[in-house]
Ligand binder design. Sequence first.
Ligand code: DGL
Length: 271
Amino acid sequence: MNIVRQPHSVLVFDSGIGGLSVYNEMRKKMPYLHYIYAFDNEMFPYGDKSSEFIIDRVNSVIETIAKLYTISLVVIACNTASTICLPNLRSRFSFPIVGVVPAIKPASQVTQNNCIGLLATKATIQRTYTTNLIQQFAKNCTVKLLGLSELALIAENKLQGIPVDMQQLKNLLQPWLGLTTVPDTIVLGCTHYPFIKDELQIIFPKATFIDSGNAIASRVYNLLNAQYNLHKISTSSEENIVLSTTYNQYVEKLILKLVNYNLIKYHKISC
Ligand code: DGL
């Protein structure tokens, strides 16, 4: 008889709830896996922190979680962290680490007017990693960059039931509203932004929005399938877990909503 090994937990990590947009795609493709969703709300947002700080912090959060659970694979579901942390993380941990970075390559294949917009945190916009991605995959396109600190919080608030202030959003996106050539393809280079895609679409009605969620789910599938033969495994019997680095009223309300994402058990971790 073939013994089919069940993967251990797959960890999805972000500074906040943005990584849920990636987790959603992973769960659609691989509902049978056991997931841990961890967010570093103690240090949210990462978009205004230094690179050195983010590297140390992400190391210490992943290290803490890896001591508590057996991890098969980690997804750093945060562009701000992935564009700076991956080499360091990969040198420290033996499990595969998948990063989420702006979907410049697919955008360059979709654009009709060769004008791409990249919407991300200020930190992601400034990274050499991002400049290199553009150089490598969108050399023949004009790439408009817009780094915003406020959008991730607007998305967090929306998930908590606070409606998006459309005037505020419009003001933030003002730099792109008066452009002679408006990007026809906009890369959502922060995992929080798919949660406010409907509102962004109202402001840019003709644009196509691209995020990395689906591509990450496929990447994770391929990596795990090579090791565990996923079409033979049965659904994990354990409840999915949600972890945060601080507990407050916000988290108290949030964990009730996360049940809808099949994230059932909550624990606070100290890093
Ligand atoms: N979700 C994170 C990203 O993809 C950013 C949010 C933050 O600033 O912490 O970049």
